[in-house]
Design a protein around this ligand. Structure first.
Ligand code: GLY
Length: 330
């Protein structure tokens, strides 16, 4: 069988790219890279690659990781001016004895490897950063899409009790698109026709983060973990939660012990719920593929979606909650 999963609605097109790559006989590793690259070039997606929202100083800094069936992995963190950080992460994996390069060193490596320099900050992202700068309490505001399908955003305050934030941010009847917020990332998992698993994760991270902040996406075992004999898992959402819980490693280890993939995601979320710093504005979405192709997705709250495609399932968007997955109305 072949199978691909991608996080969020903005993962729908990348997931199509991934499944087509698998269909044409590409390896899981090549396919997840192609899917992730597709999102990195999509400037409508404001949490990944070019078009991603900048940090507090107005600079776009990217994090990414990639991992193959055999446990080889590469990652980069705090990278400026290179759009395809997932490809740079893969080059770290394939051409260096290291797992992770960060900041200037990662940028120098990308330059030496011939990656093209790009200005990552789009006019739209710059204008939202300027609006954020004008907010009186800017450290505690987050973005939410104002209307389904538009590129208009509203600022919401995120430091209030869970119930209040929940009611305002996740209003019953609000569309999925409105519930997407400033913090998403793309994670792609794939299984190829030879049964090999691979995963990729790439992001501009938390919008308006402190300069120098690195999230979970480039941290092996937090944002991404693959053991081809067992499972592949990827995480999206508020990276600090998954970094403290090592969520993707946790999921793969539970699957290794015989726990069903969906149950493993639920237990990983239970662990995150015990985090004393969890507040009502924070989201976490998890996806897993077991080595036999059984897959699942779960999230702390409604609002998370994933795209899934296989040789028997056309690319389909699913609404995910803490204990369910349902085909989305789109
Ligand atoms: N999950 C992406 C981040 O927190 O940076």
């Amino acid at each position: 069988m072949i199978l691909s999963l991608s996080t969020w609605k903005h993962g729908f097109h990348p997931n199509q790219v991934t499944i087509e790559a698998l269909n044409s006989g590409k390896s899981a590793l090549d396919a997840v890279e192609l899917g992730a690259r597709d999102c990195e070039s999509d400037i409508a997606c404001m949490s990944v690659g070019r078009g991603g929202l900048p940090d507090a100083t107005g600079e776009v800094t990217l994090d990414a990781s990639i991992m193959d069936h055999d446990g080889n992995c590469g990652s980069v963190a705090f990278v400026r001016n290179y759009e395809h950080v997932i490809a740079v992460a893969r080059r770290v994996m394939e051409k260096t004895p290291h797992v992770m390069l960060a900041g200037e060193g990662a940028e120098q490596f990308a330059e030496r490897e011939g990656f093209e320099k790009t200005d990552l900050l789009t006019e739209k992202a710059k204008s939202l950063w300027e609006q954020w700068m004008a907010q009186p309490d800017k450290l505690h505001v987050r973005l939410r899409r104002a209307e389904e399908g538009t590129q208009e955003y509203v600022f919401v305050h995120g430091d209030e009790p869970e119930e209040l934030v929940w009611r305002r941010e996740y209003t019953p009847g609000a569309t999925q698109g409105q519930q997407e917020n400033s913090h998403d990332t793309i994670g792609v998992l794939a299984m190829d026709s030879a049964g090999r698993l691979a995963g990729a994760c790439t992001t501009s991270g938390l919008a308006f983060k402190l300069h120098g902040r690195v999230g979970d996406s480039p941290i092996i075992g937090a944002g991404l973990y693959v053991d081809g004999r067992v499972a592949a898992a990827v995480a999206t959402g508020d990276g600090e939660l998954m970094m403290r819980a090592c969520s993707t490693f946790h999921i793969v280890e539970m699957v290794r012990q015989g726990i069903e993939p969906a149950e493993a995601c639920e237990r990983a979320l239970e662990r995150i719920r015990q985090d004393k710093r969890l507040t009502g504005d924070k989201q976490c979405g998890l996806m897993v593929i077991r080595a036999d192709g059984v897959w699942a997705g779960r999230s702390l709250r409604p609002g998370f979606q994933l795209a899934a495609a296989s040789d028997v399932l056309p690319n389909t968007l699913f609404d995910i909650t803490a204990n369910s997955m349902e085909k989305a109305r789109f």
